[in-house]
Design a protein around this ligand. Sequence first.
Ligand SMILES: Nc1ncnc2c1ncn2[C@@H]1O[C@H](COP(=O)(O)OP(=O)(O)OP(=O)(O)O)[C@@H](O)[C@H]1O
Ligand SMILES: [Mg+2]
Length: 261
Amino acid sequence: MSKSDRNSSRKTLHGVAGKPGRSEAPKERIPDSIKDTSRNIYETWEEDGSAAIEFRRAYAKLSYEMKQGNKHCFLMTSAMAGEGKSTAAAMMAVTIAKYRNTKTLLMDADLRRPRVHEFFQMPARKGLADALLGDVDIIDTIKDTQFENLKVITCGKRIASPTSLLQADRIADILSELKFYFDTVIIDTTPVLPVSDAAQIAVETDGVIYVVMAGVTQREVVKRGYKILKDSNVDIVGVLVNNASEVLPYYYSYDYYDYKY
Ligand SMILES: Nc1ncnc2c1ncn2[C@@H]1O[C@H](COP(=O)(O)OP(=O)(O)OP(=O)(O)O)[C@@H](O)[C@H]1O
Ligand SMILES: [Mg+2]
């Protein structure tokens, strides 16, 4: 491993998102050798594992943001597909439930490639889409998990046109209801470049945690996703770097996105 590979998380972020000198050739996303699609969160979550430690660190920074700005509802997105959003959203939600020790909700608002129900080994229905369709009250879609303080809302019915279903007024009503019951809400969504779903939902939240796959997603792509969110008047409260291809497969770090335009 070269010296630059061992750089701090901040430098890793800059290497991906802002500073010259790193190869911009397209690379494979998470290598199959470390990718494990079959594991659920109960198997993945190791109390003292490296990922849990990194997420605790990330949460420490996020909790400062929460206190300062009275923020409670966050959306996780990334520029492209497969950057580790759903995994990170689940890990972050578990971490918050554990360390904040208050009612926490993870909601799957990725109605295209939903993962939350698989992670938590529960049926996809009833869930967000059913509530958006008006078939059920959102409160009746809340499911228990094996983690204390953590509840989940799964994607619900698979539908043909998620973008129109996720119209701002409907999602705003649902979120305000959920904010009443939960201290923290983490929302897993689609990537920002291919579809507009994430930006649509993001404006109704207190901020976005932008997930970046370190060393994989091209700098221009990261910047474009960031700009789409900024242009939608979305507050980006932090960047979570998924360092999947480094030595520690579940190594995450968190930093504020300070790229200047
Ligand atoms: N740090 C990591 N180490 C190893 N595997 C990882 C890591 N992060 C994510 N993965 C794996 O990579 C795959 C994609 O991750 P995930 O589903 O979290 O990404 P995503 O950004 O939500 O994708 P999509 O855009 O399809 O919603 C999954 O199989 C997941 O288990
Ligand atoms: Mg996902």
